[in-house]
Design a protein around this ligand. Sequence first.
Ligand SMILES: Nc1ncnc2c1ncn2[C@@H]1O[C@H](COP(=O)(O)OP(=O)(O)OP(=O)(O)O)[C@@H](O)[C@H]1O
Ligand SMILES: [Mg+2]
Length: 155
Amino acid sequence: MTGEITVSLPTANDTWDLGRRIAAAIRPGDVVVLTGPLGAGKTVLAQGIGAGLGVLSGVISPTFVLARVHREGRLPFVHVDAYRLAGFAELDDLDLDSDVADSVTVIEWGEGLADRLASEHLHVLIDRSGLDERRTAVLHANGAGWLRRLDEINR
Ligand SMILES: Nc1ncnc2c1ncn2[C@@H]1O[C@H](COP(=O)(O)OP(=O)(O)OP(=O)(O)O)[C@@H](O)[C@H]1O
Ligand SMILES: [Mg+2]
């Protein structure tokens, strides 16, 4: 069961706010995958999700740490940069599976990896069209749970 919506993001603040709205709809065990070219705004969106969960600071690009777990919010927030992972073996080495069921897992560049972690997930593809700040996000719901929540996020 899949479906998608497109959201216009004129400024970085709009991207951050979309993250807040995703966070408001999030439940334990959720997996959110963020894809898009370099500098698209994946980390900004992850920061908005973190803020919505009550993680007040420290959500930064996970590029150099691969994965970071923030525990001060309403749910453990696992932030992963899959781009740097050599492959599935390395993802397993991070021991993420043990946490997925009661955490929120947000994976930048996680296409492909997400299916392995959770067949039901929200895929957000961020793209920039021109040279200005404007971005467009396509939110693709995989599974009935996310499909139902798309409207809520789109408000
Ligand atoms: N509409 C917008 N949405 C998101 N970010 C924007 C927007 N307009 C400008 N920006 C700026 O673009 C940059 C996006 O950086 P960010 O680190 O979030 O991208 P990323 O997709 O995570 O990059 P990387 O591929 O390096 O991980 C930020 O400096 C942000 O302020
Ligand atoms: Mg990033």
